[in-house]
Write a protein that binds this ligand. Structure first.
Ligand SMILES: NC(=O)c1ccc[n+]([C@@H]2O[C@H](COP(=O)([O-])OP(=O)(O)OC[C@H]3O[C@@H](n4cnc5c(N)ncnc54)[C@H](OP(=O)(O)O)[C@@H]3O)[C@@H](O)[C@H]2O)c1
Length: 344
């Protein structure tokens, strides 16, 4: 049953631009009057929203060329959410009780332009699966790297929201061998036992060690890279590239989550001679340039989930009050898979 909003609703705001990595005190939970329905908008009671690494850049004070604008102190955070429609324009496509996804998470109630709402695809067995980052993994693998049967695929940041689905997806698309990276030995074990990675290369602070371990895990090199990290992991992947390898860059966590700076750059030295002689193609993936990918991914994800062919690793944090600490824990690498805050 969908009820009217309470007298006050709650939202998470940026209190101060973090100095270095965000700490819970950089965010604040504010109690405000509920949004007032207006034409062309849907009032949604949020059920869950995603906590994601990209927020570090958006709140860092130096966001530039990002798909969504940076935040300033006093702004309410935003990001992918799932919720239940409370009120909607009569002439529009939504009715009270409908489940929708939209970009205004980090608040208990959201007033969302109709055009930014989409119905939760009934193909998904759990509405929270609509908050996965799998479409980025799927789009990067199918549109940029164009993974083929028999490929050896390397996924950096394999335990993260993107990476935990990327390895499984690469396998379902025909990859012969899937290798992941993580900085955590405990996560490494789970990547193999639960998420179907054939091998995991743990990343420490020594780039030489990482390159040696990668060479051990992929003695004949790699055909595809899905990179969420950059830094020395990307440099080592260039050294491991087979002739004609395709690299798809999805993120740059090495810079985005660096303790210093504002998370808005990720410089790295690459051997461009090797890129040339091996004929490596290297491209960035931006979801906004591939409008059909989300729907295609959701359909396939739903079918794979129902058939038991893929797992959706998700860390569920209960309650809006814990959202500020969840962001800090995420950037500190304490979670695996997609991270969501659930609202009772
Ligand atoms: N292009 C697109 O359309 C698109 C869409 C979605 C996401 N993205 C990007 O994809 C990337 C991955 O997103 P996600 O949601 O999967 O991230 P995530 O899981 O939220 O990232 C957290 C993980 O990053 C790793 N990490 C933390 N600090 C790191 C550091 N300094 N160096 C290397 N790894 C570090 C940790 O993994 P370990 O503990 O295992 O090391 C941590 O668990 C991000 O850069 C995000 O902005 C792009």
């Amino acid at each position: 049953m969908t009820s009217a909003p309470p007298a006050t609703v709650r939202e998470v705001r940026l209190a101060a631009v973090p100095e270095g990595l965000p700490v819970p005190g950089d965010l604040t939970v504010a109690e405000v009057p509920p949004p007032v329905p207006r034409p062309g908008h849907v009032l949604v009671r949020n059920r869950a929203f995603q906590v994601f690494a990209g927020l570090r850049t958006l709140i860092g004070g130096a966001a530039r060329d990002t798909p969504v604008p940076g935040l300033r102190p006093g702004d309410t955070l935003f990001g992918p959410a799932v919720g239940e429609v409370v009120a909607a324009p009569e002439a529009g496509p939504f009715r009270p009780g409908d489940l929708v996804t939209h970009p205004l998470g980090w608040r208990t109630y959201a007033l969302v332009p109709v055009a930014l709402c989409a119905p939760v695809d009934p193909a998904l067995p759990d509405p929270v699966a609509a908050l996965s980052s799998g479409s980025a993994a799927y789009g990067a693998l199918t549109r940029v790297a164009r993974v083929r049967a028999g490929d050896v695929v390397l996924v950096t940041g394999a335990a993260g929201g993107v990476g935990s689905l990327a390895g499984q997806t690469a396998r379902l698309l025909g990859a012969a061998r899937v290798i992941g990276t993580t900085r955590s030995p405990a996560k490494a074990e789970r990547l193999v036992s639960e998420l179907g990675y054939d091998a995991v290369v743990t990343a420490g602070t020594d780039p030489g060690d990482f390159a040696d371990r990668l060479a051990g895990a992929a003695p004949d090199g790699i055909d595809v890279l899905l990179d969420t990290v950059g830094g020395h992991q990307l440099a080592a992947a260039v050294d491991a590239a087979r002739t004609g390898a395709r690299f798809s860059l999805v993120g740059a966590l090495d810079g985005q989550l660096a303790a210093g700076g504002a998370g808005a750059t990720a410089p790295v030295e690459l051997d461009s001679f090797r890129l040339v002689v091996r004929g490596v193609t290297l491209g960035g993936y931006r979801g906004s340039e591939h409008p059909g990918v989300e729907e295609e991914w959701t359909g396939r994800f739903g079918r794979w989930l129902r058939a038991g062919e893929i797992r959706f690793p998700v860390t569920r944090i209960p309650g809006l009050d814990r959202a500020p600490e969840a962001l800090s824990a995420l950037v500190a690498g304490q979670y695996s898979g997609t991270v969501v805050v659930e609202l009772p």
